[in-house]
Design a protein around this ligand. Structure first.
Ligand code: SF4
Ligand code: SF4
Length: 131
């Protein structure tokens, strides 16, 4: 899967915090969320790294990796976070920001087998194209 070049400038962190109701700066990078995530092996970067990139304003680095699309919103991390951060909500907010900004992350011409795509990416694409 190839990622298209992203040029859109959006206030990523504010939007993610507004949609999720969570404070990204509360994260102490303890790694508890990744340690218990059943899908972490398929994630290109850990959730805490996603949060770090967002707080640094480096949203293109977030978009270059698949973590938010691999997250299955199982809430395992959310109940284990020592800072009471609802990580699953943040992941959903990241997906929402991307979809609302109408950012194309997948070149459909490069997709040979739809079953190879993360399920949430397929659902997100469907919502974008039909919403
Ligand atoms: S468990 Fe919570 S505090 Fe620890 S890295 Fe994950 S989000 Fe940050
Ligand atoms: S909600 Fe997402 S990031 Fe958290 S444990 Fe489940 S799959 Fe992993």
């Amino acid at each position: 899967m190839k990622l298209k070049k992203l040029t859109r400038d959006i206030d990523f962190m504010d939007k993610v915090e507004e949609l999720s109701g969570q404070s990204l700066n509360s994260c102490i990078r303890c790694g508890t969320c990744a340690a218990g995530c059943p899908f972490v092996e398929d994630m290109e970067i850990l959730p805490e790294r996603v949060f770090k990139y967002i707080t640094l304003g480096e949203f293109e680095k977030v978009l270059e990796h698949n973590t938010m699309w691999i997250c299955a919103a199982c809430y395992t991390c959310s109940v284990r976070c020592p800072r009471d951060i609802d990580i699953a909500k943040i992941m959903e907010a990241v997906r929402q920001v991307i979809l609302r900004a109408n950012i194309d992350m997948v070149d459909v011409d490069e997709v040979d087998n739809i079953e190879e795509l993360p399920q949430l990416a397929v659902v997100g694409c469907f919502r974008k194209e039909t919403g």
